[in-house]
Design a protein around this ligand. Structure first.
Ligand code: NAD
Length: 530
């Protein structure tokens, strides 16, 4: 890894793949990652990995895995402790680099690094647990036990919107459980990934236990990694990204009888009932809809509002959205920065026509920010950055496309309902089921919402976004396949149960075979019982 001086802009980070414990310059070319807040700022040059390079990383991972699994789990966990320490030391630099590379406001980028620190610390302690069980046998002189065993080689493919936190949710528990990992980071944040990989290297992993191969997705490093499942070199894929690509991952893993971890898109409902604290609800809705420029899987997609309070919510939300500060993510005061990449920007710009075709009303017309058309408080470079203003769509109905389709950007829909029953019905009416929220003061409404909403995560009087490292994270329906990240639950995703029986009777005892009278011995005597 080296820095190139880059004229009037900041240095360019030139990164290599990390294969089998060594830095590996690319066999072919490097791709560019430019900052989304300034397209002239060349942040990173990273390898466009070829299939042989990805395959070699998987072979090295397979060769290293068994020896790693033999290292006692508390010792494997010590690597996580060292990683946490290094992340603490480098938190500010890493956060600043991530903000520059993928456009997340600095405060959020720091939070993303903090989540990785929390994850490493949590799982360091889990290394002293990884419990199995002792189980009573139905036969005499026989002991039963369960053990968690690693799965083998795990391929990790991640999206760019949480370039430090989300990979750590996968790589940390996978390694703790004794697997080896080949990670294909997002091509939206290759430099951030390389800096994180460097901290892993310093934390002291044996060669080959973690490899990093950079590159694109389709017909590139991501797809090459998936091919290694068919080739028998990768035992499991852990994927975070779009539902479309998640389905492909699921198909490939399914035909190999392997269970992937799939964390996919969302169209998350946020319900505001008539009795809600409206100020709190609008604050939560604003953050859920426009935080990270709406580029979170847990961003609110549909704000579902009781008709009695809709006029107030509508007015306050529009007013607050108009006053959001958009601009340079390194400026500490901005509410949101640029779109992460050109692809997201173009798709977001097109989505307004979906709403118009559906017959919805565009209440706040989100647009590209240009030098000629920019909000007064804007602090970025309008000519060179991928910035947009917020969009609010009104009079949205569950039958509309715009209600059902994920919109990865600063857009939110207003959907009017009448009472709790309809709110729950509408909140469940998208194919997704990642996050959800309800604002109400009624304890019975809270209870019913928690029980009847189909979502992996539910907030009461809080926004749809936000995660804690010791709580499960994941979704239902099109948001995933039911696997969860984080907390003790993720350990099930990176281990398989082994059942062991030890027979100390000195004879062949046959389970479920009726015993003869001689084998049963004398019958119990109940005659003294009255
Ligand atoms: P994406 O699916 O296009 O890309 C995600 C990753 O998969 C990237 O590393 C990409 O290079 C790779 N990839 C793309 N096509 C591939 C292919 N054919 N084969 C193998 N790998 C491939 O996702 P995106 O659009 O970059 O990210 C945004 C999506 O991610 C949104 O839908 C968002 O909701 C979702 N997301 C989900 C979570 C979650 O935890 N549920 C978290 C963050 C983002």
């Amino acid at each position: 890894m080296e820095y190139l001086a880059n004229g009037p802009f900041r240095d360019t980070l030139v990164v290599d793949n990390w294969i089998g414990g060594s830095a590996r310059p690319p066999g072919a070319s490097r791709f560019e990652r430019r900052s989304p807040q300034n397209r002239d700022d060349l942040v990173t040059l990273a390898p466009e990995s070829q299939e042989e390079e990805v395959r070699e990383a998987c072979e090295k991972a397979r060769a290293a895995q068994q020896a790693w699994a033999r290292v006692p789990a508390p010792q494997r966990a010590q690597v996580l402790g060292r990683l946490a320490q290094l992340l603490i030391e480098k938190k500010e630099q890493l956060a600043r680099f991530a903000a520059r590379e993928m456009g997340k406001p600095l405060r959020e980028a720091r939070g993303s690094v903090q989540e990785a620190i929390d994850t490493a610390e949590f799982f360091q302690s889990e290394g002293r647990r990884l419990y199995g069980q002792t189980v009573p046998s139905e036969l005499p002189d026989k002991e039963l036990f369960t053990y968690r065993r690693p799965i083998g080689v795990v391929g990790v493919i991640t999206a760019g919107n949480f370039p430090v936190a989300v990979p750590s949710w996968k790589v940390v528990p996978a390694l703790l459980c004794g697997n080896s990992v080949v990670w294909k980071p997002s091509d939206d944040a290759p430099g951030t990934a390389a800096l994180v990989a460097e901290l892993w290297r310093r934390a002291g992993l044996p060669p080959g236990v973690l490899s990093v191969v950079h590159g694109g997705g389709g017909n590139a490093a991501g797809e090459y990694l998936l091919r290694q499942v068919d080739a028998g070199l990768v035992d499991k894929i852990s994927f975070t990204g779009s539902t479309e690509v998640g389905r492909k991952v699921g198909e490939i893993c399914g035909r190999n009888l392997s269970i992937p971890s799939l964390e996919l898109g969302g169209k998350n409902p946020l319900v505001i009932l008539a009795d809600a604290d409206l100020q709190l609800a609008v604050e939560g809705a604003l953050w859920a809809s426009f935080g990270t420029a709406g580029q979170r899987c847990t961003s609110a997609g549909n704000i579902i509002v009781d008709r009695r309070v809709m006029p107030t919510v509508r007015e306050q939300l529009v007013q607050r959205a108009r006053s959001l500060r958009i601009g340079d993510p390194l400026d500490e005061s901005v509410d949101y920065g640029p779109m992460i990449n050109q692809r997201f920007l173009e798709k977001w710009l097109e989505q307004v026509s979906v709403a118009r075709d559906d017959g919805a009303e565009i209440l706040l017309d989100g647009r590209r920010i240009t030098p000629d058309e920019k909000p007064a408080s804007f602090s970025g470079d309008a000519a060179l950055g991928l910035y947009v203003t917020p969009r609010i769509i009104d009079r949205v109905k569950p039958s509309m496309r715009v209600f059902r389709e994920e919109c990865f950007g600063p857009t939110v829909n207003l959907v009017e309902i009448d009472g709790l029953d309809q709110a729950i019905q509408v909140a469940n009416a998208t194919p997704y089921g990642l996050s959800s929220a309800i604002y109400t003061r009624d304890a019975r409404a809270m209870l019913r919402f928690k029980e009847e909403i189909s979502a992996g995560m539910t907030s009461v009087n809080n926004s749809t976004t936000g995660a804690e490292t010791h709580l499960p994270f994941g979704g239902n329906g099109w948001s995933g396949n039911g696997t969860r990240e984080s907390g003790i639950w993720v350990i099930d995703a990176y281990t398989r149960w082994q059942a062991v029986n030890v027979d100390l009777s000195g004879k062949l005892q046959k389970a479920q075979i009726d015993l003869t009278d001689a084998e049963l011995g004398p019958a119990p005597d109940f005659s003294s019982l009255t």
